[in-house]
Design a protein around this ligand. Structure first.
Ligand code: ZN
Length: 65
């Protein structure tokens, strides 16, 4: 039997190439905001939730490479 999980890892890539990961939309948004605050402070406030969701790719299930 396989368990199905409701949790999907969300991955977004910053334009600088940094990978941002969260287990929910809110978590990913916080990760993105934290990254922007540290690496692109001039963009802080200009990147909203809609921009983050455009960056986001939802990966169903766990991917181990
Ligand atoms: Zn970046």
């Amino acid at each position: 039997m396989t368990d199905t999980t409701e949790e999907h890892t969300r991955i977004a890539y910053c334009e600088c190439g940094a990978q941002l990961v969260g287990n929910s939309r809110g978590e990913l948004f916080e990760a993105a905001q934290s990254h922007i605050a540290h690496h692109h402070p001039e963009l802080l406030g200009a990147v909203g939730a809609d921009v983050v969701s455009q960056m986001t790719q939802v990966r169903p299930g766990a991917v181990s490479a």
